[in-house]
Design a protein around this ligand. Sequence first.
Ligand code: KG4
Length: 337
Amino acid sequence: MIYILAIESSCDDTSAAVLRDGVLLSNVTASQAVHEQYGGVVPELASRAHEQNIVPVVDQALKRAGVEKEQLSAIAFTRGPGLMGSLLVGVNFAKGLALSLGIPLIDVNHLQGHVLAHFIREEGEPYSPPPFPFLCLLVSGGNSQIIRVNAYNNMQILGQTIDDAAGEAIDKCSKVMGLGYPGGPIIDRLARQGNPDAYQFAKPNIPGYDYSFSGLKTSFLYSLRDWLKDDLDFIEHHKEDLAASLEKTIVDILMKKLRMAVKETGITHVAVAGGVSANNGLRNAFHDHARRYGWTVYIPKFSYTTDNAAMIGIAGHFKYQDHEYCDINSPAFARMQ
Ligand code: KG4
């Protein structure tokens, strides 16, 4: 039997998971509330919290799985991209533990982990992952990409954001509105009660499959500034409509390029992944496209949209099967390699 312990610490979630033969036995995540008061992730505080969380989180994951560390076949870990200080905690913990147990190390690219979240298998749960090749819209706080997934270990980025990520744009607009952090879930909740056609914001006009969200962010900011001149309580009076219109604009931008990619590649199996895939407006747009254009869509469970070690574990499991191990000297990387 293959037992994999997986560790994820790329941003502000410390997570550990245990898998047996590719089936998830446990997935434990400690999120960091400390950042809320700053309206964004503070890297130094994130590293310190990881340092505090890593031992209890790994311990819990092993206990819940009923697995002893001596049974482990390998340790998979997120090597990047992410915040360097955060990554270093997970990377060095994984290296130390693998070395002491004399078992292989498997490095996982965080973004590939998000895509492979669709292959997480759980006892007693239906399992219907997308067939290769499929397209994946990866939308998180740090990335917005359209990826052609040819195999577990063969992914081609067709397009990506040239400035802000979709999640980053939502978080920044929410901050401008004086809402909490992270803004994504708050905007999502407010948007459900608002009119998505109440306001228009700028949409980018750039070629190919690339995205851009900085123009929308500026247009949102300037529009608010003008409206606030006439009504100081404009945000309070219209926050539902503002959230719904902002969400609709972002979903429209994301889906337009995705439709183009489906049309030009002829691939109609389409998945969504990353933190923003928790968004209800985006999920509805996927279902709507499935009905309207005959796509087969793949939407992850809410628990596997944001950062988690289960996705790192399944990516690690596939690499273990291919004997793709990582050298102990391999450093963490902050940016895409
Ligand atoms: O994938 P993720 O957990 O972290 C990385 O960036 O790697 O994504 C976090 C992003 C944040 O921008 C957050 O606001 C956004 O995902 N998010 C959402 C929702 N839940 C989280 N955005 C829109 N609607 C949501 N329900």
